[in-house]
Design a binder for this molecule. Sequence first.
Ligand code: FAD
Length: 378
Amino acid sequence: MSTRPAWDDDPIVASWAGLPVLDDALTADVCVVGLGGSGLAAVDALVCRGLDVVGIDAGRTAAGAAGRNGGFLLGGPASFLHSAIESWGEVAVELYRKTLVEIDSLEAKLGSSVIRRTGSIRLAGLPGSTDDVELSDCRILARVLGEHGIAVETYDDELGQGIFLPDDAVMNPALRALGLASQLRRRAQLFEHSPVTSIRSGRVDTRNGSVSAPFVIVAVDGNLERIFPRLRGRIRTARLQMLATEPVLSRRLPCPVYGRWGYDYAQQDSDGRLYVGGGRDLFADDEWSESDEPTATVQQHIESVARSMAAHPVTVTSRWAASVGFTADGRPLCTTVDDGVIALGGYNGTGNLVGPVAARAAVEHLLDGAPVPAFLSA
Ligand SMILES: Cc1cc2nc3c(=O)[nH]c(=O)nc-3n(C[C@H](O)[C@H](O)[C@H](O)COP(=O)(O)OP(=O)(O)OC[C@H]3O[C@@H](n4cnc5c(N)ncnc54)[C@H](O)[C@@H]3O)c2cc1C
């Protein structure tokens, strides 16, 4: 059984030639630490301003959650829009709109074969079961989305009952990151397998090199508090787990599907393979962990979700996990940790779009002095 994410089986991902190791002393306008979806968005925003940028990752591009996640591109923050409005006010709607713009921008950069505009289905419960409480929550969500002019439809079909969000999309997350990195490597100096060992104002050191830069953006979601211990208490690392199956004959999932309040989720690719995750809430004590090793208990749960999504027995080919950051009030961090050094993370398990939105806000804050938007925690 492989513990490598099944996304890496994609031929383009599997044949990634790699980026060089940083083994020199460089200078730049900005150094970006972490080349997941968020760090790459920061690099993109910076090179678009004509700046000289160095980007560094400890492993392969998107070695962390950005290359190991469910591949859902869902509008909005981690909590459903009505709950986010209740907690943070109308700024939650602003974040929702920015995530939809981010989908458009990813599609424009990578094309519709990588960023697939399928929409998404939020079920009440899992296929075959209806949770009345969750169904009424789906209806509240649909009403609030409608009130804000965000597209939403009722879903009542083979998989169960819930809502359909036509603006959402889906991807292979590793393909997204490597696609962006191969475009950006022509405009920025990008390095892999170069773990950063120290970050201070004006300087980043790696095992074999260094970067002197007046601005540093650290875009590391899970285990950010290991890099900046002063952020402990503001961000906490959790493990999220997934599995992939052999192709399932029925093409049952037309788009990404999530249920049980979004805790369980699956997508199916064009070969019929299922990519399924979830269950963190059921084993929360164990999953507050900095480890990224899959566990038997969560995997058993996800396998039952896979069967329910497939309506068939499934054969699992790989099981994997990765780390993400959670924050107390659900607002991601975009916070200055030292003069000219900003740290991003804490997307509460939904960073594929919110991470890039935070990265763009960090660039505007660092370079233009723009205030950090209220949907982020400064
Ligand atoms: C199983 C799972 C399923 C998920 N499903 C979804 C989903 O469907 N939709 C969604 O929106 N979100 C999902 N998420 C959350 C999402 O994956 C993350 O929030 C998002 O990928 C964070 O991206 P990032 O670029 O901010 O950080 P990361 O992915 O954490 O990337 C940080 C990068 O920094 C590098 N790094 C770390 N330390 C150092 C160092 N010292 N020196 C240099 N580099 C370093 C890492 O190698 C890594 O590549 C899921 C997460 C998991 C684990």
